[in-house]
Design a protein around this ligand. Structure first.
Ligand code: MG
Length: 255
């Protein structure tokens, strides 16, 4: 069942989202050659806890860290490690969730370490832009599949592919709720959108083919062909009008 959020839940989700975004920005500012993914994890955790929130991912299904940090051909769910140093030219995906007073915010972005290749740059921008193409349809009257189709069309139009095996999701009192939010179009797939729904929309986009494989650590997902991958995510609220991005720096200081 898809839950519609109450005004009180939405107020709390704005805070959770703003905290997750603050952690994402802090990590993004810290990405540079030489830093370890463990240090990035510590930065995110410190930001989240400074606002009285908890990292949503820590211990989620046994995940051992506060962020997922995935580099280059790693798509999602990379585990931070003291042994993993960012190198010049890497593209670094930071995925972070914050739980504030029982509700979650979830967001991700891909950051460049130093100078990256032109194709990496194009991939990051296409992924980010596909999110904004998708949310043009995030309003009552459309379906989940309309968002998915717009994301897919933009990415494929740029010469890239969208991951099939992992998708976005509803979010609220649970980190992952119904409905699934794919980044590709499936005939007949998708609930009708209604005001009060909160969704984590998260295009995962590969420079090569869309197939992925999971590593033996049980978490890290890589592209099957070794090509670069990019990720961008925000938690949004469906309203009667324009959608609201909840994982955003708020004008008023609510956190
Ligand atoms: Mg998510």
């Amino acid at each position: 069942m898809i839950s519609l959020k109450s005004p009180k839940e939405i107020t709390l989700m704005r805070k959770a989202g703003a905290i997750a975004d603050a952690a994402r920005r802090a990590c993004g500012a810290a990405v540079e050659p030489g830093i370890t993914t463990y240090e990035l994890d510590a930065i995110a955790r410190k930001v989240i806890e400074s606002y009285g929130a908890k990292p949503s991912f820590l211990n989620y299904n046994g995940f051992p860290a506060s962020i997922c940090c995935s580099i280059n051909d790693e798509v999602i769910h990379g585990i931070p490690s003291k042994k993993r140093k960012i190198q010049e030219g890497d593209i670094v995906k930071i995925d972070v969730g914050a739980c504030y007073k029982g509700v979650h915010g979830d967001c991700a972005a891909t950051f460049a370490a130093g100078v990256i290749s032109p194709v990496a740059d194009k991939l990051i921008e296409a992924t980010r832009q596909s999110f904004y193409e998708g949310i043009k349809f995030a309003r009552p009257g459309f379906r989940i599949s309309d968002i998915a189709r717009a994301i897919q069309a933009h990415c494929e139009g740029c010469g890239f592919s969208v991951v099939r095996e992992y998708v976005g999701h509803g979010i609220g009192r649970a980190l992952h709720e119904e409905p699934e939010v794919p980044n590709y179009w499936v005939a007949g797939h998708g609930a009708r959108l209604a005001a009060g729904m909160t969704l984590a929309i998260e295009p995962m986009v590969n420079a090569g083919g869309y197939d992925v494989k999971r590593l033996s650590d049980g978490w890290t997902v890589k592209t099957a062909d070794g090509s670069l991958s990019s990720h961008y995510e925000n938690t949004i609220l469906i309203t009667e009008g324009e959608p609201i991005i909840l994982t955003a720096q708020l004008a008023e200081e609510v956190i």
